[in-house]
Design a protein around this ligand. Structure first.
Ligand code: GLY
Length: 570
């Protein structure tokens, strides 16, 4: 293990002190949303109540990613609920689906090439939102408080108003041109032709009234009736294809999570339609096989090892898609025999050329052979119940169209392959399994994760995940490695600068300060292309220690996430 503090890596900005407590912990992108979760825990809610309250609060105070008009995944672990034949680890998929009128070539221009404007801006880019029914179902299945209590903080924030955060302001500025295309958006988020400035108090009375009806009626308040009609009308006005039938027929799905082990921990994460846990399970297996614990953080040896594992894992992402169209499953890609074979080409001193990394195939096996705008909610309650929710609009503010009384519509359709082999917004090259098909789900990289480990002193629990498109799984893995292998503190693990590789483009990306000039030179000598990237994912994490204490931490990137705890003890 590295001697952290002596030879450990630089941190990303000034590290904040850890936040520790004794009765539960919450972390999210926005302070007001984290506070909503803490309020729910204090009033006797469990981790699910708190996570849903945070998600709804984010739909108000974090409009660039928090949503009713998007979708997501939840991975939960309730230690006390294990019974014969019933797992205590669950995965709820409320990912958007392609509308019934969607078709394979809908994002191609006249020249037959992907037309990014169509799949990125406006309502044609929107999948059918999964959040209205998904968040309700998550609470129905596992919440302890009454539903209206969980919605109450979001109603209050929308009605009384909230100050625009620095993060939201920066995002409004970053995406000003596309937001300005829609008067419905500028009417709420701009003053004249300028994005609202940090600290400006925004009230959203129409959204408050929708949330009140949601509190009374559940998802029927959103997916049928007046709100649904206005979603469809505004979608049609700007060339979208969402229908009332699409909205009404959406149902979330409980699935088995991917379960795996790494560095002495057990982990659970989101299976297809996310690639996140598959990428994490296979990469961490290869890192373990490659001897990661004996490497130094930020060294050439560790960066090389991680890049080579990610290169191989992301190559197989090309095969993945909706669970009904995928070319491979989690068990195919995480099977030890395949991973052993896969890792056989690893060379400690030389980068593999991504073009030579062959894909998993049933035939060869039988022959014997992310701007990335998503938001993470991590919660552990006083009973050790753990909930990890990642929810997204895809791009900042989704397709940039604000539906009055509802919120931004996602642009998740860009996560499909507009054309096979053509890179998407995150540079991901994707395959036939992920082409647009009506009613199917676009492949995700979101990686909500729950990890736990038994020790002599008791159980340790970690909840983590993040935003950042294709960088989500690699960012999440690096935080996990810092905690599980290097014994870093929670905040220190989030602060540590990161690297990234995703098979194609064939390059190691690094945040400023992640690699010393000597390490960069050494990686280049080994044959890696090395490129700087300002920020690689934003991870929000909480931890319960074996002694029953809790820690919460927010990622300092892009204005900082916010961790909070119940009953602070220091
Ligand atoms: N929209 C980002 C993801 O789902 O991976």
């Amino acid at each position: 293990m590295a001697l952290l503090g002596l030879v450990g890596p630089a941190t990303f900005g000034a590290s904040r002190p850890p936040v520790t407590g004794s009765g539960g912990a919450v972390s999210s992108d926005e302070r007001l949303a984290t506070e909503a979760g803490l309020e729910i825990l204090r009033s006797g809610g469990n981790a699910t109540d708190a996570a849903v309250a945070v998600a709804l609060a984010l739909a108000v105070v974090g409009p660039e990613a928090g949503n009713l008009g998007g979708g997501g995944f939840a991975v939960t672990r309730y230690p006390g609920t294990a019974r014969e034949g019933i797992s205590n680890v669950r995965f709820l998929d409320f990912r958007e689906v392609a509308p019934a009128a969607a078709h394979r070539d809908m994002y191609l221009g006249a020249d037959g090439k992907p037309d990014r404007d169509k799949s990125w801006n406006g309502p044609l880019a929107a999948g059918v939102p999964g959040s209205p029914t998904g968040l309700y179902e998550l609470h129905r299945a596992q919440g302890a408080l009454e539903w209206p209590q969980v919605v109450a903080p979001a109603i209050r924030l929308a009605e009384d108003g909230f100050p625009i955060s620095r993060r939201t302001h920066d995002s409004l500025v970053e995406d000003q041109a596309r937001l300005a295309r829609f008067p419905e958006t500028t009417a709420v988020w701009f003053d004249g032709d300028r994005p609202k400035t940090p600290g400006t108090v925004v009230k959203l009375p129409r959204l408050a009234s929708t949330l009140r009806r949601y509190a009374e009626l559940g998802p029927r308040a959103l997916v049928i009736g007046e709100v649904a009609k206005s979603i469809v009308e505004i979608s049609e006005k700007y060339g979208g294809i969402l229908s009332l039938q699409d909205l009404e027929s959406y149902l979330p799905t409980w699935r088995e999570p991917v379960r795996y082990k790494a560095f002495g921990w057990q982990l659970a994460g989101a299976d297809l339609p996310s690639s996140g846990a598959i990428l994490m399970a296979s990469s961490l297996w290869m890192m373990d096989r490659g001897g990661l614990p004996s490497t130094e953080p930020s060294s050439a040896d560790r960066t090389h090892l991680m890049a080579e594992a990610w290169r191989r894992a992301f190559a197989d992402r090309f095969l993945l898609g909706d669970p009904t169209t995928t070319g491979a499953t989690a068990s195919d890609l995480t099977e030890p025999a395949w991973l052993t074979d896969r890792w056989g080409s690893f060379d400690r001193q030389t980068a593999t050329d991504s073009a030579t990394v062959r894909l998993w195939s049933r035939v060869t096996r039988d022959a014997g052979a992310e701007s990335a705008d998503t938001t993470q909610i991590s919660v552990i309650d006083k009973d050790g119940n753990a909930v990890s929710v990642t929810t997204t609009l895809n791009g900042l503010f989704g397709g940039a169209l604000w539906v009055p009384g509802f919120g931004f519509l996602n642009n998740e359709m860009d996560d499909f392959a507009a054309a096979v082999q053509e890179p998407n917004e995150y540079g991901l090259v994707q395959g036939e399994a992920n082409v647009v098909r009506p009613g199917k789900k676009m492949l995700s990289s979101m990686s909500p994760t729950v990890a736990w480990k038994s020790t002599d002193a008791g159980e340790e629990i970690l909840v983590l995940g993040g935003r950042g498109g294709s960088r989500i799984p690699t960012g999440t893995m690096q935080v996990f490695v810092a905690l599980a292998v290097d014994d870093a503190g929670l905040q220190q693990a989030l602060d540590r600068p990161r690297v990234h590789h995703q098979w194609l483009p064939d390059a190691v990306y690094y945040e400023p300060d992640a690699l010393s000039p000597e390490t960069r030179a050494e990686l280049e000598r080994r044959g890696h292309r090395v490129d700087i990237k300002e920020s690689i994912a934003q991870i929000q994490a909480v931890r319960m220690r074996a002694d029953g204490s809790y820690e919460a931490a927010g990622d300092p990137r892009k204005g900082g996430g916010h961790g909070g705890v119940v009953d602070p003890i220091r």
